[in-house]
Design a protein around this ligand. Structure first.
Ligand code: TXA
Ligand code: MG
Length: 317
């Protein structure tokens, strides 16, 4: 079991020694280490069983600190940072040489983000290096949105879990790069519409096969153990009579249906649904069921990121 608490000085002490600390962010919990120390960063890959081709996101205290990490911080990227930071947005920019190649998986770019969580921001301000932090889950599994999710899976591999409570956003950051204009590589906490309000039209390129740039977009990423089938739940129910079923509903229970159901947002709020999504997927893995029937949510705002994660969770491995 990892030590759990709200002590940022304890977290700093461990990070200064090159150890791993789980940190709360508004999106999901991260598994953090000194981003400028290759040995420390290597511990992240080992703890997660993460392949070395999958780059880490580097977390900074302020947008000003980005200049220390990149060779170019274009106007559009600065405008996005000014609008959404601290917040659920990662910018992919050309990296400076002192960032270890391990952190960026050998790419010439680095993903940077200023997260919006009081404890983690305080910690970042205390440190004299940025924090490399992927989501704090074993590679390929659903991201953790509560400290107990980290404890359950990585408790024996992390020195300390900084307890920041449940994550406010619940899905990972939106990743934006620049390749002849802004490109979204991963749908996330900042909606496509919100990005376009700042920089105009963006291309959305989130498919793994055509997009080796963002290996985190493997089709079967964010996958729980339980098999998930997506579609119209009433129809799916008639097609799977012999399974032990559970249902993942957006905002209403399906009446007169004697199987366990999880409702993502009883008020029909996409923000609330995003907050609850990953905890729900983890809950199914603890239930005595063989198949989860799930429906997509409205494909607008953060709903696009929810649907992206549902599709990846449903892709059988
Ligand atoms: O919300 C988040 O972004 C969370 C919290 C902890 O900040 N972090 C997170 O990290 O989701 P992770 O490792 O689970 O996902 C990072 C993904 C990589 O898999 C890759 O797709 C993309 O970020 N990425 C990182 N650096 C990149 C780069 N230089 N170029 C393209 N994609 C990059
Ligand atoms: Mg991840």
């Amino acid at each position: 079991m990892a030590e759990l608490g709200k002590d940022i000085n304890r977290a700093k002490q461990l990070l200064d020694r090159g150890e791993l600390v789980a940190i709360p962010t508004e999106t999901v919990y991260g598994l953090a280490a000194n981003a400028l120390d290759a040995t420390a960063a290597a511990r992240i890959f080992a703890a997660k069983n993460r392949p070395s081709f999958d780059p880490l996101i580097v977390h900074v205290a302020t947008a000003m600190r980005v200049h220390e990490l990149v060779t170019d911080f274009p106007d559009q990227a600065q405008a996005l940072a000014a609008t959404f930071w601290p917040g659920p947005l990662t910018l992919v920019l050309p990296k400076k040489n002192h960032i270890p190649d391990l952190v960026t998986a050998g790419l010439p770019t680095v993903g940077v983000r200023c997260p919006s969580h009081e404890l983690t921001l305080e910690l970042l301000h205390l440190l004299d290096y940025p924090l490399a932090a992927p989501s704090a889950n074993p590679f390929g599994y659903v991201s953790p949105t509560r400290p107990e999710h980290v404890q359950e899976q990585l408790g024996s591999r992390v020195a300390y879990i900084l307890d920041g409570g449940p994550c406010r956003v619940g899905v990972e950051s939106t990743i934006v790069g620049f390749d002849d204009g802004p490109v979204i590589y991963r749908l996330g906490g900042v909606a496509v519409e919100e990005i376009e309000n700042v920089v105009g039209r963006v291309r959305v390129m989130t498919h793994s096969s055509s997009n080796p740039v963002a290996p985190g977009q493997l089709a079967s990423h964010y996958a729980p153990a339980r098999q998930i089938v997506l579609g119209n739940i009433a129809e799916l129910l008639t097609q799977h009579p012999n399974e032990k079923l559970a249902l993942l509903r957006y905002h209403k229970r399906l009446p007169d249906t004697p199987v366990p159901q999880i409702v993502l947002s009883s008020s029909g709020s996409l923000e609330e649904a995003a907050q609850n999504l990953f905890a729900a997927l983890r809950q199914f893995d603890k239930m005595d069921v063989t198949l989860v029937l799930a429906e997509l949510v409205p494909d607008t705002g953060i709903g696009r990121a929810i649907n992206d994660r549902l599709r990846r969770a449903a892709t059988s491995r």
